[in-house]
Design a protein around this ligand. Structure first.
Ligand SMILES: [Zn+2]
Length: 239
C-alpha cells in the first residue's frame, strides 16, 4: 500500500454533510495543517437524515448546513460550497456534472477526493455512488476539455487537469494516510454533526478509533508501522 503525499490543493466531493468528516476527517485535518488549500463541495443538503418525526426537511437542511460549516472550520478547510440538492435526489445528469466541473476549474485541485462508486460486497447510498461517479467523470475528461461546458470560459474558468482521484469508502484500498496526529481533530470535526450522532461522545470516539485501527491494519499487512489510518483507492487519469 502506498503512502499518500500531501498535495498543495485538494477538492472533496461530499454527498451529504458529515460524509467528509466521517470518511476522511483525519486526512483533511493533516493536510490543512501542512498547508493544503482544501475545498469542500457538499452535494446534497442532507434533508432526509432524521428519525425525529417532529423534524421538517427545511429545518434539517438548515441545521446540517451549520453543522457542516462548523466541522469544516474545525478541520481547517478553506472553503465550503453547497450545491443544495435534496438528500437522495442526486442523478447522473449533465447539470450536476457541470457544477462539479465548474468547481474543479475554479479551485484547480491537484487531487480530488470522493466516495468510491463501485462496491461489490455491500450496498451503498445512491448519493454516494452517483457523486463518486460524477466526480471521476468531471476530472476526466470533462474539466480537461474546453469544449465541454464552454460557457465556463466566459467566467474566466479555464480547463484544468487533475492528476489523481482518491476514493474513500472503498473495498479495494491502494493508498493510506497516517492520521495518528489528527485523530482527535477528526473526532471533534465529526462531533459537530450533532443531528446525526449519538449524544454519547464516547461512542463517537470508539467508532472513529475502531475504523482508523481497521484501516491501519490493512497498511500494517503490507509492512507499514501505523496505528490509525484512512485508506483510499487511487485513480490516475490519463492526461
Ligand atoms: Zn452520506
Amino acid at each position: 500500500m502506498n503512502i499518500v503525499e500531501t498535495p498543495s490543493r485538494a477538492m472533496l466531493v461530499i454527498p451529504h454533510p458529515d460524509d467528509g468528516e466521517s470518511g476522511v476527517g483525519g486526512t483533511v485535518a493533516k493536510w490543512a495543517q501542512e498547508g493544503t488549500s482544501i475545498l469542500y463541495v457538499v452535494c446534497t443538503n442532507g434533508n432526509k437524515g432524521s428519525s425525529d418525526t417532529q423534524m421538517t426537511s427545511e429545518k434539517l437542511a438548515s441545521i446540517r448546513r451549520q453543522e457542516q460549516l462548523k466541522a469544516a472550520e474545525t478541520l481547517g478547510v478553506q472553503e465550503v460550497r453547497f450545491l443544495d440538492y435534496g438528500d437522495g435526489e442526486l442523478i447522473d445528469s449533465h447539470d450536476f456534472l457541470g457544477l462539479i466541473v465548474e468547481q474543479i476549474r475554479r479551485w484547480k485541485p491537484e487531487i480530488v477526493l470522493a466516495m468510491d462508486p463501485v462496491r461489490h460486497l455491500s450496498h451503498s447510498h445512491r448519493d454516494h455512488r452517483i457523486s463518486g461517479q460524477i466526480a471521476l467523470d468531471a476530472c476526466f475528461p470533462f474539466a480537461r476539455d474546453f469544449l465541454h461546458f464552454p460557457q465556463h470560459r466566459n467566467n474566466n474558468l479555464e480547463p484544468h487537469k487533475t492528476g489523481h482521484a482518491l476514493l474513500w469508502g472503498t473495498e479495494n484500498p491502494t493508498d493510506f494516510v497516517d492520521i495518528e496526529n489528527t485523530l482527535n481533530q477528526k473526532i471533534k470535526g465529526l462531533s459537530a454533526h450533532v443531528s446525526q450522532l449519538s449524544s454519547d461522545q464516547q461512542k463517537i470516539e470508539q467508532f472513529v478509533k475502531r475504523r482508523a485501527i481497521d484501516a491501519a491494519s490493512k497498511a500494517k499487512n503490507e509492512g507499514h508501522e501505523v496505528q490509525y489510518a484512512e485508506v483510499f483507492r487511487r485513480i490516475a487519469f490519463r492526461l
